[in-house]
Design a binder for this molecule. Sequence first.
Ligand SMILES: [Zn+2]
Length: 149
Amino acid sequence: MEATVATKKLTLRCQFCEAWNRIDAARAVDKPKCGKCSKPILLDRPIKLDDETFERTIHGSEVPVLVDFYAEWCGPCKMMAPFVDEIARDYIGRALVAKVDTDHAQRATQPFGIRGIPTSIVFKDGKEVARHVGATKKEGLEQLLRQAV
Ligand SMILES: [Zn+2]
């Protein structure tokens, strides 16, 4: 009976110095620091992804990634934001929670044919495994994440 627990990694760009970091998902809760500038990489809240960071983060993360596609002017997105924040806190180390501002990240958004926001998509190994269109509450987001397990 051998049980080797593979360490799952996250791939994230430091929001301060823009260096790319590989982080043990299991240590996300220990307030990891950027390998280059030593500033904290905060994972207890959604991370912002844009055209430059989207692909690499989605493909380089070995835990499911929940992405909230939103826009600043979108009322239902604002109503949903606290639930997205909660999921980020609750799932720290088990999932990565990210937000994409669809107005400012069109290259990242375009391949998914998003016709309405908010749209929530869960990615696993870089591939879409679950999607919800329209606002949802915390339970709805948890349900989406369960489809990636
Ligand atoms: Zn840094």
